[in-house]
Design a protein. Structure first.
Length: 204
């Protein structure tokens, strides 16, 4: 039995040129448990000049986690997917419709992955019970901010994008970390982020 726990977080960048355009940074975190034992985890950050929202961040977290399950060779075993974004869980179960156009490609991508996991169950959990995934999401945001030179480059890139006539919908990856191995108990607090782990900006 596998369990995937995911979480996403959105931080808006103020943009007077495109009011309501929702530019900003989207952090994500996910954890995979096998029979209650943590076997993999990951976190990262994307940025986008348009249609960056908390729901997009949640979908990115879900996609990263599901793809990691496939990387681990999990296909025919039961998988429970749990997150605190009720709207996302409801959309995946069919209990809620997708009204935001920006979410449809991400939803379709999740469905394509989920087909390869035939014994998947979608479960909503309260935020207080999604603490570990939330902690990874916030760690990702701190790591990006910790590398000031790369963070300034990212802001400059985003501002240049926003200064044009039309903001880009491209997702730009600033950080992506995946660890596939049994992990020790959580350490509190986290060690100082290693800023060299932040890659050069990558388009997705």
């Amino acid at each position: 039995m596998y369990k995937l726990q995911f979480d996403g977080l959105f931080r808006k960048v103020e943009d007077k040129t495109h009011p309501g355009g929702k530019a900003g940074f989207m952090g994500y975190g996910w954890l995979i448990y096998k029979n209650g034992i943590l076997t993999a985890r990951g976190h990262g950050v994307y940025m986008r000049g348009k249609d960056a929202t908390s729901n997009v961040a949640e979908y990115l977290a879900l996609i990263e986690g599901l793809e990691s399950l496939l990387d681990m060779g999990v296909y025919g075993e039961p998988v429970t997917v749990t997150g605190d974004a009720k709207s996302i869980i409801d959309q995946m179960t069919g209990a809620s419709a997708i009204n935001a156009p920006a979410l449809r490609p991400l939803y379709q991508r999740v469905k394509r992955i989920a087909v390869r996991l035939p014994q998947i169950t979608w479960t909503w959990t309260p935020r207080k019970d999604n603490h570990n995934a939330d902690k990874l999401t916030r760690l990702a945001m701190r790591q990006v901010r910790a590398n000031q030179s790369e963070y300034k480059k990212a802001l400059q890139f985003l501002n240049e994008d926003l200064s044009g006539k039309k903001a880009s919908k491209h997702l730009v990856s600033l950080l992506d970390l995946r660890i596939y191995q049994p992990m020790p108990a959580w350490l509190e607090p986290y060690p100082t982020p290693v800023t060299s782990s932040i890659p050069v900006m990558q388009f997705v």
